[in-house]
Structure formats: C-alpha cells, structure tokens
Design a protein around this ligand. Structure first.
Ligand code: EAX
Length: 334
C-alpha cells in the first residue's frame, strides 16, 4: 500500500466514522412525551414550548419533546399514575389530584392562603417549595419544578354571584381535591369532583351548574361557551408542577437530569409570564365573548365563609407546614 493510498483510506475511514456517529446521534434522539389537560394555546402549552426549546438546546438535540395537550393522555390523576408506571415521561399538572399521591402538598390547596401571585411564587421558589418537591420525590414521582395554573375564579350558568349566599345551592365541579371540596361545602355549594377532560361536556349538559378555574383555563378551554357568569373570587391559588416519571429519571445521567430540571424551570417561567398576562387581558377577552364578570368582589365574605375548612387540613396533617408558610418572609405584611 502506498503512503498516499493509506492516507486516503484513513481519511475515508475517519469521515465514515464521523458520519456514522452523526447519524447515530440523530437516530438516538430520544422523544420525551409531555402530557397536560389544557389546550395547545394555554399557559401550560407556552411552558412546554420553552421546556422543549431549552431541553433541545442544552442536550444538543439528544432529546426532543412531543406535547400531548387537551387531556389526550387522560386526566391529571390518570397521568400521574402513568408517570409512576412509566407509560408517560413528563406531565404538567395542577395540584388538584396531587395530594392523593403526596399529602404534604395539600397545604398549598387551602383557600385564601396566598394574597397574590408574588407571595405564592416566593414560597414555591424558596425552601418550602423545595421541601415539597422533595416530598414529591419520595412518592415514586420526580418533581422537576413548580410552575403555575393561577388564582381560581368561580363561573356558573345560572346567575351573577356577588356574595357566598348567591353561590349557595349551586352544583359546582371541583378538582379531585379534598381541601377544595371542604371549602365549597362550607359555602353550601355542592362540590362534584370530576377530571378536567369531562368538564366541558358536564357544563354543556347541565350535569353541573358551574366550575372554578384560572382565567387562562376558562379562556383557552372555551369554558366561556357554556358559562355566562364569572366572579373574580380568586378563592384559591392553583399551583402546577412539572413531574417526571422515575422510570425516565433513573435512565438519565446526572448531567441529563440537570438539563431536564433547567428546562422545566424555563418552562415554569414562561408559563408564569403568560398567566400574569392573561389575568388582566383574559378577563377583557372573556367579557368580549359575552361573559358577565363580577370584578369588585368583597373577598373577605368568601374568606370568612370557607375559613372552617382549614380544620379539615389541620385535623389530619397538623399545622406545622401551614405555620411555616404563614410565618415565612414571603407572606410578611399580609
Ligand atoms: O391544570 O382540573 C382543573 O380544573 C385544572 O385547573 C386544569 O386541568 C389545569
């Protein structure tokens, strides 16, 4: 073999290896499923876009992300179960059904616990939020990051609700969450727990009179089509969390896990920005679509009405976590 021929052969071989490894990377790009119940123009979907972009960038294309919105993979409770057995990779869910899996998170579902977005975000981004994410991690789930659903407001098809008395007797769909149900029972409202994907039809068919959700959900899941009356009760902050399957998580290197956490945080940031935008702009849009919106609500009346529901929490779980939140710097001045 001449030296020249050998060099050419070597170059060809190197090129071949380079080509093979490029196509191997392309072949090996792992598709990560993300499930959520809201629509593909919701605040969660905005978060998925940021998650996808960040994860693809950080991993240099090693991972790609496929969104399954609108409850295509089931309701939130069913998706959480899917994570535990490894049939779904990641999920964005409200804390609605989460307490059934991680009871420590119920504290976040207490009505009127947070006065505004700043307080809630501050608690979730701090030590308490991390402690709760760690608890999630002890229950065959992985908590990637706290994200956001938003303050929940009451809607119904029958009448304007200005006071708790106006709400009395209404049949309201709630999430499958015992703290929310307890609060509504105190208001003499009949709570009907139901998975989100069943909600639109239930409202349409009059199985329930109303429901409660943040502005973004009411707007982007078209609930305004089947609900005429809205009251800005803001009766409870609805946290959301991005969860991963332990089956996925345990297959990742530490470096890869870091990419997922970072991407989930980027997703949460984008979601929060969208929630904030829609909190005001969305109300205007809902009015344009024909909803009557009771905006100036005497929240203290609603707060007084639901206050006894706190004992449902403290009787079962004590008051340590609740006191920790109330005494945290995030709530100073409220
Ligand atoms: O997480 O079930 C609900 O009402 C939730 O707010 C919704 O699915 C978004």
């Amino acid at each position: 073999m001449t030296a020249r021929f050998a060099r050419t052969a070597l170059t060809t071989a190197i090129a071949g290896v380079a080509l093979a490894s490029t196509s191997l990377t392309a072949l090996a790009a792992q598709t990560i499923t993300v499930g959520h119940t809201t629509s593909d123009n919701s605040h969660y979907s905005v978060g998925v876009d940021a998650f996808k972009k960040t994860l693809e960038e950080l991993s240099g294309g090693e991972f790609t992300v496929e969104e399954h919105p609108s409850g295509a993979l089931g309701g939130e409770r069913a998706m959480i179960e899917g994570l535990q057995i490894g049939t779904i990779d990641t999920v964005i869910t409200s804390t609605g059904p989460l307490g059934n899996f991680v009871p420590e998170t119920y504290v976040l579902d207490l009505p009127f616990l947070f006065a505004d977005y700043d307080q809630a975000r501050c608690v979730l981004d701090g030590e308490i939020g991390q402690e709760l994410l760690d608890k999630v991690g002890q229950n065959n789930l992985v908590g990637l990051a706290w994200t956001e659903n938003g303050f929940r407001h009451l809607t119904n098809s029958l009448r304007d609700v200005k006071t708790p008395e106006d709400a009395s007797g209404l049949k309201i769909r709630t999430m499958e969450n015992q703290m929310h149900m307890a609060a509504f029972e105190e208001m003499d409202v009949h709570p009907t727990p139901m998975a989100f994907p069943e909600l639109f039809t239930a409202l349409q068919q009059g199985t329930v009179d109303g429901q409660e959700n943040p502005v973004s959900v009411i707007l982007t899941s078209n609930l305004w089509e089947v609900q005429d009356h809205m009251t800005l009760t803001g009766h409870v902050y609805s946290p959301a969390v991005m969860l991963a399957s332990p089956v996925l998580w345990n297959s990742l290197s530490e470096e890869q896990q870091g990419w997922f956490t970072q991407a989930a945080k980027a997703g949460a940031e984008a979601t929060r920005a969208e929630v904030s935008r829609l909190e005001t702009e969305g109300v205007k849009e809902l009015k344009d679509k024909g909803m009557t919106v009771v905006e100036n609500v005497d929240k203290s009346q609603f707060q007084d009405a639901v206050e006894p529901s706190y004992s449902v929490y403290t009787d079962q779980y004590g008051s340590e976590m609740l006191d920790k939140i109330r005494n945290s710097e995030c709530l100073a001045g409220s």
